[in-house]
Design a protein around this ligand. Structure first.
Ligand code: 0PR
Length: 380
């Protein structure tokens, strides 16, 4: 750091240059991200609450009430208004908290978790941090978790089973009702990672799509991860972890004697009140009607892309269930294709299982972007 500070103008000028190196969502070129441009009202409220710290909630009682209200709204969305939980930094922290609660509640010497092979890598982080033995359940031919494989991995050491409502790579929803039944029968904790799907599935269901329940409407579901900073249009960082009962939060509460609140269950200490406030604002602003419009639009573009790809001779890995399309070219491996697309300014990602070019149709992707993309793709 220099001894002398710079002027505001100088700093803003320097940063403007730096920002030119970043891609923007508005350009329509970011095709492989689960994040998107936050809604303007969410940005405004985020700045308004920028100094609020939910790590010491007695100082920010208003913001704390907003966090509680967000959790209640999320609970209503997921079929149980009485859930407890927190607004955290995202899906990784939410999944880590869920695995921590499952481990603490059970208190086994050699705890194990069973996650689908398609699970997000945050479960590997959680397993390492919490010293859990991670077992990967196989996927069926439809790339959803195979219930029989989960059953075979189940043991007296199992502290949690994980199901995914919107897999990271293919956007598929695991058979959560079956997992729920299994977990109810066996008395095992079921965590549903709906980081992506949580802000999509309830609205698609309300719009008439036929998707099975994935949430607290199912008796076996213990906790759910749902991320406002993905399809919820909230600014980063905003993830939510919700539990069916207070005992799960209590199982990881640590005494914080000198703070305004004497117990803390979150992993993070000082934490953003702005995230909770901005999430509250965007959920109130959109209403279910607003989100229904957003997810219907995203699904329309998703199906448009899927149709165009098939028409041009590309192979889809699977019919899209949520807003992700994964495909392959008959002529070129996905890495080479992604590289060629990159040279033309398109930022796509590649799925690992199976290898394919993966496109996430977030709300910043419009029809004209897909038309331009298809033109470049077919030329390549
Ligand atoms: N669970 C699922 C199902 C996810 O897909 C993700 C992230 C997480 C948990 C973890 O969430 P956080 O990243 O909020 O902790 N899925 C994306 C992924 O890893 C996240 C992402 C977003 C990646 C934007 C790239 C990007 O540009 O692919």
């Amino acid at each position: 750091m220099d001894f002398k500070g710079l002027s505001r103008d100088k700093i803003l000028k320097l940063l403007k240059k730096v920002k030119e190196e970043d891609l923007t969502y508005d350009s329509g070129r970011i095709l492989g991200s689960m994040c998107t441009s936050p809604h303007p009202i969410a940005k405004e409220v985020f700045c308004e609450f920028i100094e609020s710290n939910l790590g010491d909630p007695g100082l920010f009682k208003g913001t704390r009430a907003l966090e509680n209200d967000v959790i209640k709204m999320i609970g209503e969305l997921l079929g149980d208004p009485n859930v407890v939980g927190h607004v955290v930094t995202g899906g990784t922290e939410a999944n880590l908290m869920a695995m921590r609660a499952a481990r603490n509640i059970k208190g086994l010497v050699k705890p194990e978790i069973i996650v689908p092979k398609s699970a997000h890598f945050s479960f590997k982080k959680a397993a390492e941090i919490l010293r859990l033995n991670l077992k990967e359940a196989a996927l069926g031919p439809d790339y959803r978790v195979d219930i029989d494989s989960v059953g075979e991995l189940l043991s007296s050491n199992t502290v949690a089973i994980v199901g995914i409502a919107g897999t990271t790579e293919l956007g598929l929803v695991d058979p959560i009702p079956e997992l729920s039944r299994l977990c109810e029968d066996e008395g095992v904790y079921l965590h549903v990672d709906a980081a992506l799907g949580g802000f999509i599935i309830p609205f698609l269901k309300e719009a008439g799509y036929d998707i099975p329940d994935f949430d607290f409407r199912l008796k076996g579901v213990t906790s759910v991860t749902i991320d406002p900073h993905k399809m919820g249009l909230a600014p980063i960082p905003s993830g939510c972890i919700v539990f069916r009962g207070r005992e799960y939060l209590d199982s990881m509460s640590i005494e914080t004697p000198y703070l305004t609140e004497k117990q803390q269950s979150t992993i993070v200490g000082t934490r953003s009140g702005a995230s909770a406030a901005a999430t509250w604002a965007i959920m109130k602003y959109m209403g279910r009607e607003g989100y229904i419009r957003v997810v219907k639009d995203s699904m329309k573009i998703t199906h448009f892309l899927a149709r165009e790809l098939k028409r041009c001779g590309f192979e889809l890995v699977t019919e899209p269930q949520l807003n992700i399309v994964a495909f392959n070219s008959p002529d070129m491996p996905p890495e080479a294709l992604a590289h060629q697309l990159g040279l033309k300014g398109w930022s796509v990602s590649i799925s690992s299982y199976p290898p394919a070019v993966r496109i996430v149709l977030m709300p910043h992707i419009k029809k004209e972007h897909i038309e331009a993309f298809m033109e470049d793709l077919t030329r390549i």
